[in-house]
Ligand binder design. Structure first.
Ligand code: MRU
Length: 335
């Protein structure tokens, strides 16, 4: 069989054993790939966020199992690289079930990786279709432009295929006849997934956008310039509580105040069926350097105290709709 995939963000060739990921840290300035030769390379690109986005890191972590040699230990090791996104955990659990009593996991992992890739790609299309139906039901029919605001990067860079929240935006642009799409792109401090990555993707799709600082969102909303806010998810609990990039909670609270629909979009592989809610959920805390330093330049005194939670938790009560590949849900949620 010919085991090869070639996406912009990930290129895997199991015939030649060559594996490459796009270094997202260098975007939008350079498009360079990093070769992954062993499990430590995989751990490092996930930990250092050269690859990021919940579904993509899940797939890259599976590649780590292929490149490692002790299933249980390797799984524990890789889960520690980025603990918030549930996808790594879900894919590993699914792989154990898929393996059953089969002793040689290396014989099975490649098939499993390709199954995950195919499924994620088609889940993204279903999310986009479900999302567009929802958007059509929310948008004033007389409006010529649908004005979205989005946070972080949830597109083709973060996933396999079209993307989740950004996938819906792209699909609306392609398929909603007679409507234009405009996107307010939250820059997404501190890693700048919005201004570097989402902007890069929107430009390639020829979608009109403007970058704003995260703290400009309230003002832009107050001017009536936002119709719909749509974000992704790293983990959704059974009651709809959602963990996503830091700053998501701010947007959800603002949407309640300004009466703007707040939508979360994700594949159902981002649902954690083991968690009833995220009330006590611990999110990943990242290094202080991400906040006080850009490349080699310090923005403030390096001795100042810094708190850098990478994600926050949006309670289900603030989420108007959750769009999964399986359908569109509104509260009360019970996944
Ligand atoms: O820290 P990141 O860049 O990996 O975080 C990504 C996000 O928070 C995304 O919004 C989320 O993973 C969904 S990706 C489809």
């Amino acid at each position: 069989m010919y085991y090869k995939i070639d996406f912009d963000n990930i290129k895997l060739d199991f015939n030649t054993n060559e594996f490459w990921v796009l270094d997202q840290k260098l975007l939008p300035f350079e498009e360079k790939y990093i070769q992954l030769k062993n499990i430590n390379d995989v751990y490092n690109v996930i930990k250092e966020m050269n690859v990021r986005g919940a579904p993509l890191i899940g797939v890259v972590a599976l590649l780590g199992l292929y490149l490692g040699n002790s299933l249980e230990n390797d799984m524990e090791f890789l889960k520690r690289a980025r603990p918030t996104a549930v996808n790594i955990f879900n894919y590993f659990n699914h792989f154990k079930k898929y393996l059953g009593d089969h002793k040689n996991y290396k014989e099975k992992i490649v098939d499993f990786i390709f199954e995950v890739i195919e499924t994620e790609e088609s889940k993204n299309i279903n999310i986009a279709k479900n999302g567009l139906n929802l958007i059509k039901s929310l948008v004033d029919q007389n409006k010529k432009v649908v004005n979205f605001l989005t946070h972080c990067n949830t597109g083709s860079l973060a996933t396999i295929g079209l993307g989740t929240a950004l996938g819906i935006i792209k699909y609306t642009h392609r398929e909603y006849t007679g409507k234009k799409v405009f996107v307010w792109v939250d820059e997404t401090r501190p890693y700048l997934q919005g201004s570097r990555l989402t902007a890069w993707e929107l430009k390639r799709e020829d979608i009109d956008f403007k970058i704003i600082t995260d703290n400009a969102a309230a003002y832009v909303m107050s001017q009536g310039l936002v119709d719909i806010v749509i974000v992704g998810a790293d983990r959704i609990a059974r009651n709809g509580d959602t963990s996503n990039k830091i700053g998501t909670l701010n947007l959800a609270i603002l949407c309640k105040y300004f009466n703007i629909p707040f939508i979360v979009a994700a594949p159902n592989t981002s649902v954690d069926y083991n968690l009833d809610n995220l009330e006590l959920f611990n999110v990943e805390e990242r290094s202080k350097e991400e906040i006080i330093k850009i490349r080699e330049i310090f923005l403030t005194d390096k001795n100042y105290g810094v708190y850098n939670p990478s994600f926050d938790v949006t309670p289900h009560t603030l989420i108007d709709y959750i769009v999964l590949d399986t359908g569109v849900y509104s509260g009360p949620y019970s996944f």
